[in-house]
Design a protein around this ligand. Structure first.
Ligand SMILES: Nc1ncnc2c1ncn2[C@@H]1O[C@H](COP(=O)(O)OP(=O)(O)OP(=O)(O)O)[C@@H](O)[C@H]1O
Ligand SMILES: [Mg+2]
Length: 317
């Protein structure tokens, strides 16, 4: 009987307990989900923090690189400014030395005319030395401040033929074969004839000085496929240039001909070629000869005519 009374309470209590347990279970489920979401958010934030740190680090290193480049650039600029000031100074000095030197030279030439035979040799030596100094000074002035271009149409085959004919009689070319392989039908090029002939002379003299008897010096030329430029090649079978010397050959005053060269031939040639918007390159290997390649545009950009120039001549500053 007692059990009959207590049973409904027990059932109610059981139902309540079950309900409570389910509610508890539901609560813990949602808590677990919330926890998982929280953990996911934390992971996300950590990722974001890591990538922000990485970005910051990258910016720092880029900043460092930029600062380094900036200071390198400033150092180069300061060097160029110093170089420009020195060039001006050297130009001024060269000019001031050259003028009185020419006076001394003409005085020495007068002296030579009146000198007794036994005193002539010394005066001739003085004249020779003074001339050499004057030529070096003029080369230096030309290198530092090349004169403006005086352009005219020029037949390259003829210019090479004339230069080779002049050199043929020089003792240093005895026993060497000189060849002009410039096609006679190559279109005329518009250049400063004086500058181009100086370039050719410098390159041919270098080739002659490097080529022993029995060797060959050849000048080739062709119109390039692009049609608007020509390539000139001066090829010799001489001693060639060692790999450690090759990178320096265009530096002013760089020479391996102790006492016999000023080291200005190639640097002046480069200045002249560049002032025609052209390129000059040297390829060489010891004992295999040297090839100097010049690329020149057939035409030069239009510019104003100058007073004193012939009607076909144009000057470019
Ligand atoms: N064809 C060549 N064969 C071998 N060496 C060469 C040739 N051309 C140039 N060189 C090397 O390059 C150097 C620089 O040449 P560059 O013409 O400027 O001066 P240089 O000939 O020494 O003196 P300069 O031309 O003033 O009389 C030469 O001293 C030489 O070592
Ligand atoms: Mg030379």
């Amino acid at each position: 009987m007692f059990a009959l009374y207590i049973l409904p309470f027990l059932v109610v209590a059981l139902v309540l307990l079950l309900g409570f347990c389910r509610a508890q279970h539901h609560d813990s489920e949602s808590l677990r989900e919330e926890l998982e979401q929280l953990q996911e958010t934390i992971r996300q934030r950590e990722k974001e923090r890591d990538s922000a740190l990485q970005e910051l680090f990258l910016r720092f290193s880029e900043d460092g690189k930029l600062n380094k480049e900036k200071s390198q650039f400033q150092a180069k600029l300061a060097e160029y400014e110093k170089y420009a000031a020195l060039t001006q100074l050297a130009l001024g000095a060269a000019h001031e030395i050259n003028n009185p030197l020419l006076g001394i030279l003409s005085h020495l030439e007068l002296e030579l005319n009146n000198a007794p035979p036994e005193g002539r040799h010394e005066i001739e030596q003085c004249i020779e030395a003074a001339r050499r100094i004057s030529v070096t000074l003029r080369s230096l002035m030309n290198y530092a401040r090349p004169s403006p271009l005086i352009l005219s149409k020029l037949n390259l085959h003829r210019l090479v033929a004339e230069t080779l004919a002049f050199l043929q009689h020089q003792p240093m070319l005895h026993g060497r074969i000189l060849e002009n392989r410039v096609p006679t039908d190559l279109p005329n090029i518009r250049v400063d004839a004086n500058q181009l002939s100086q370039v050719l002379m410098n390159l041919l003299l270098n080739a002659a000085q490097a080529t022993p008897e029995g060797g060959r010096i050849t000048v080739f030329a062709e119109r390039l496929r692009s049609g608007d430029s020509v390539e000139i090649r001066i090829v010799d079978t001489g001693c060639g240039i060692p790999p450690d010397v090759l990178p320096h050959v265009f530096e002013p005053f760089f020479t391996t001909k102790r006492g016999k060269g000023t080291g200005l031939g190639l640097s002046i040639s480069q200045t002249y070629v560049r002032s025609h918007e052209g390129e000059i390159q040297v390829e060489s290997a010891p004992n295999c000869g040297t090839t100097v390649t010049i690329t020149l545009p057939l035409r030069q950009p239009e510019a104003a005519h100058v007073e004193g120039a012939k009607s076909s001549e144009v000057i470019i500053q």
